[in-house]
Ligand binder design. Structure first.
Ligand code: ZN
Length: 173
């Protein structure tokens, strides 16, 4: 028995791809806001760019859904996870003092996860077109991983005391 949905056809692939890309775009917008509120404007800009990239993906997939006349019958859920693994209950526990490096590592984890997910779908694909499409999506996510790796190379290592705050902010509602 395998866990998770099997990509019987293009409809299933596109249904899951749509959920995955919408989620990614929203998470990047969240990360951008978070970095902005902590004056990490450079990293905020990077995440803003990623949000735009994933938004283009969403548009692209919507067009494919239209072109293939796919009916989105069952909603597919795809949630970002934190690199600690599935034991983490909160799907995306954003620490308010998250450093740029940690934010990028979180992003990298999820890009790699998306890539592996599409690669897995390609393996299970039941027809050539579905396989080709899944491979294409996996390749695009691999590009995103590479992009984030390039940014990570320029970001300093996380300080051991990253979560210490001399002047904690008031909780916001
Ligand atoms: Zn991506």
């Amino acid at each position: 028995m395998t866990a998770g949905p099997r990509p019987a056809n293009i409809a299933e692939l596109l249904t899951h791809a749509l959920a995955l890309e919408i989620e990614a775009s929203e998470r990047y917008a969240d990360l951008a806001e978070q970095m902005k509120s902590h004056n990490n404007l450079r990293i905020a800009k990077l995440f803003g760019k990623m949000a735009d990239i994933e938004k283009l993906h969403v548009d692209h997939i919507r067009k494919m859904i239209e072109r293939h006349g796919v009916k989105l019958s069952e909603p597919a859920n795809y949630y970002w996870t934190s690199p600690e693994g599935p034991e983490t209950t909160d799907p995306l526990d954003l620490h308010y003092l998250m450093t740029p490096r940690q934010a990028l590592e979180l992003a990298r984890h999820n890009e790699a996860r998306a890539r592996d997910y599409y690669a897995h779908l390609a393996t299970d694909a039941q027809d050539g077109e579905t396989r080709r499409m899944a491979q294409e999506l996996a390749a695009e996510e691999e590009e995103h991983v590479a992009l984030i790796d390039a940014w990570l190379a320029k970001v300093p290592e996380t300080d051991a005391d990253w979560d210490e705050d001399d002047d904690p902010p008031f909780l916001q509602d």
